[in-house]
Design a protein around this ligand. Sequence first.
Ligand code: NAP
Length: 453
Amino acid sequence: MSIVSAAISPLRAVIIGAGPAGFYTADQLLNEGFEVDLLDALPTPFGLVRAGVAPDHPKIKSVTRIYDKTAAREGFRFFGGIRLGEHLSRQDLLRRYHAVVYATGTGAANRLGIPGEDRPGSVAATRFVAWYNGHPEAADDTFDLSMDRVVVVGNGNVAIDVARMLVLDSAEIDVTDTADHALDALRPSGVREVVVLGRRGPAQAAFTNPEVRELGELRRADIDVRLSELEGAEPEDTRAQRNLELLRGYAERPGTGASHTISLRFLRSPVEILGAGDDGPVTGVRVAVNRLDGGRPVPTGEVEEIPCGMVVRSIGYRGVPMDDVPFDERRGLIRNTGGRVCDDEERPHPGEYVAGWIKRGPSGVIGTNKKDAADTVARIRDDREAGRLATPEEADAEATAAFFDERAPHAVTWAGWQLIDAHERRIGEQLGRPRRKLVRLHELLETGRRVKP
Ligand code: NAP
């Protein structure tokens, strides 16, 4: 390739998934001189910042201002509403881009693998979170919240988010961007107690300190922790140490007589979700009481039953295989070595990369994905220098946009998203809320398509 043709044919990258990992990767690839197309299956960008972060955490959501700056850069384009495997194939991408980065996150819930897991009222946190956050795929879900006790399984921040959302009062929740259908169900909810179960001890909980501290600031809920379950806990780092201090504070704090309670129970593994017959709704959870052996939970033989009307399983996520992208079933991730997609003998696929949760698993906070993206982009830079990127036959920006328009004529560009954004903010503001989300795909597409690509 001559110097002249290199100058008029810039390197082109496509990123699949417009969540934090996708945006950090986009920004860094723009720094490297690539033109970047960012695609998302939804008409809206921001992935879990829009559909995962709890609505009562607006400060965390304000990270999107950084992504807005990326989107405003020369060389960036967004195409929302295009799904890999449905509208286009992996080969379609490799034909048009020098680098393809999968940043699709981990959309499926882990399973407990216990009897009763599929009873009505046993739900994956992924789905419940998607519902209250207005994800279009969960917009038609309904959750019966008439029971007085809900059990949340898992000791991660998602479990805390769910527990908190279930006990917020109207003054706390009405000022958020919680989806309207969820507000309508949460306001009259009968839930008075949320029991959060950890299979290991308080020192092993994956909670981060601000989330544990925030529990103590809820307006209408007391936090119930048993001192007996904190005894003998051996924190291994300052985060666990601080968690333990906060939990001890809750255990020692006298109850305020609040109408609601979040009970944190440790060393308890669900062994069966109870209900009538094989498929009657949830009536309780049978739990095995554990002790720790070298940090691992081991059943003591003691068993308890916790009556409840709903179980939310918040035990982590796994990726969903896409098209023919190599997938590691055991880890639930795209098969990769340090961010390069590879085959099962670790031979890299030229021009294919991963970033974010689908690369390393669902861990860390939003900012963790910045460093993660930098690691992947460093591999892309190395491969560019070594001549190991893909060799697309049709790496032309305009022709690619025309191809997308043919395959997904409904797709929404960045300008279209800005219309959706402005509309949601405007109708939200009238109600004293940051935004009122459009939750139906057709509404999003109609609003976003008022700007043609
Ligand atoms: P997580 O932090 O990995 O927690 C998963 C929990 O599930 C762990 O307590 C784990 O216990 C438990 N678990 C796994 N398998 C289990 C089983 N079979 N039975 C019982 N318990 C089981 O996952 P997450 O809560 O889904 O959060 C994902 C990531 O998002 C985390 O990095 C989290 O910090 C982040 N996040 C952050 C925020 C925030 O910053 N505010 C909010 C939400 C999420 P073991 O430890 O025993 O395996």
